[in-house]
Design a protein around this ligand. Structure first.
Ligand SMILES: Nc1ncnc2c1ncn2[C@@H]1O[C@H](COP(=O)(O)OP(=O)(O)OP(=O)(O)O)[C@@H](O)[C@H]1O
Ligand SMILES: [Mg+2]
Length: 357
């Protein structure tokens, strides 16, 4: 192995590096030690290991911290959009509550495991029945990550299991769509809702990582990453790493090359042209993007995000957003043609013109 490789013992509490946690008994054999190399994904390298380090969703995280301090965890469901820290929070909570016993007392199952009704009947039940000596008042924790992909039958089978073993075992579910969790399970759990992270929260974390990795960056570069990530921390960190590995320097040009989105500056220009009723010029800009190979959805999603922050009268902004939304609907129904985008530009010019009079 080369010199940029450090071997880290994940059991050692003295290690300062953040590292991927090992959670299930199954993974024990393969992950006694985790190798952090120059090429370890930053997502894993900078995955928070303590609840305090989790960015955003302060209220929900403080409730989790409260459970951890008290030692009494109810069954919980954490729901929210991708990449906002749900899995990370559950793992931090389990680690904080169980400390040394984390390995024996936690069963983690995610969508990569088979989680049909049989697994609930056998594996989950067996784990719930197994004896693990824990400090007084602590419980074993079963983490069901991506729980919205569990079949309904499996969820039904879980109902009674949750109650029968509630003296010794608690369940922590994480999911994107809480409505895919059947009502009876929801009623047995405390629900915590996570939301997307805001720009400041993303920026703060990106700067921390960029400093730790000695990345050369410009503030426009980080802004571009935040623009493309849309509140998803996973995507933000991934895009930062991809840009650094691809180009060595994070500026807005490089970020948009890596993320392969239409550059917002071009889109801004195009909207500016519509506001001045210059349809021909606006069409040229759109045609240019189309020939670069972007789909109607790619272009529309950037048009929408740019319009939301474009300085124009509120009335006009609302009119524009409505037209963009309508076009988005048609495109998502399958009409992916350039004609749709041209018609959008024509309607935007028309709005600008009627409003000017
Ligand atoms: N709130 C956060 N604070 C710090 N890092 C975060 C946060 N959210 C996500 N991350 C980073 O993104 C990575 C993925 O986060 P995580 O697995 O917790 O997302 P998730 O909410 O479970 O998403 P999914 O719904 O796709 O499962 C983590 O490894 C971490 O590096
Ligand atoms: Mg997750």
């Amino acid at each position: 192995m080369s010199e940029d490789v450090d071997m880290i013992d994940v059991n050692s509490s003295t290690t300062k590096e953040n590292h991927p946690p090992t959670h299930s008994k199954e993974s024990d054999a393969t992950s006694k030690t985790t190798t952090v190399t120059k090429h370890t994904p930053w997502l894993e390298k900078y995955r928070p290991t303590k609840l305090d380090d989790i960015v955003g969703n302060e209220e929900a995280v403080s409730r989790l911290a409260h459970f951890a301090r008290q030692g009494n965890l109810p069954n919980i469901i954490i729901s929210g959009p991708p990449g906002c820290g749900k899995t990370t929070s559950v793992l931090c909570l389990a680690r904080q509550m169980l400390g040394e016993s984390f390995r024996e007392a936690v069963l983690e199952m995610n969508a990569s495991n088979d989680r049909g009704i049989d697994v609930v009947r056998t594996k989950i039940k067996m784990f719930a029945q197994s004896k693990v000596s824990l400090p007084k008042g602590r419980h074993k924790i079963i983490i069901l990550d991506e729980a919205d992909s569990m079949t309904e039958g499996a969820q039904q089978a879980l109902r009674r299991t949750m109650e029968l073993y509630s003296k010794t075992t608690r369940f922590a579910l994480a999911c994107n769509a809480s409505d895919k969790i059947i009502e009876p399970i929801q009623s047995r759990c405390a629900m915590l809702r996570y939301s997307k992270l805001n720009d400041e929260q993303l920026l703060k974390r990106l700067i921390e990582i960029a400093k730790a990795e000695q990345v050369s960056y410009t503030s426009e570069g980080l802004e571009a990453i935040i623009f493309t990530a849309q509140g998803d921390m996973r995507q933000a960190i991934n895009n930062l790493q991809s840009t650094v590995f691809g180009f060595g320097h994070v500026n807005s040009e490089n970020v948009f090359k890596v993320c392969d989105e239409p550059h917002p500056i071009l889109i801004r220009d195009m909207i500016g042209k519509c506001l001045k009723c210059e349809l021909d010029e606006a069409y040229k800009a759109m045609n240019h993007l189309w020939r670069l190979g972007y789909t109607a959805e790619d272009i529309l999603s950037v048009i929408m995000r740019v319009t939301k922050t474009y300085e124009m009268s509120e009335f006009m902004q609302l009119e524009f957003i409505r037209e963009i939304g309508l076009t988005y609907m048609r495109v998502s129904q399958g009409v992916q043609s350039q004609l749709q985008l041209s018609s959008l530009l024509a309607r935007l010019c028309q709005k600008a013109k009627t409003n000017a009079h």
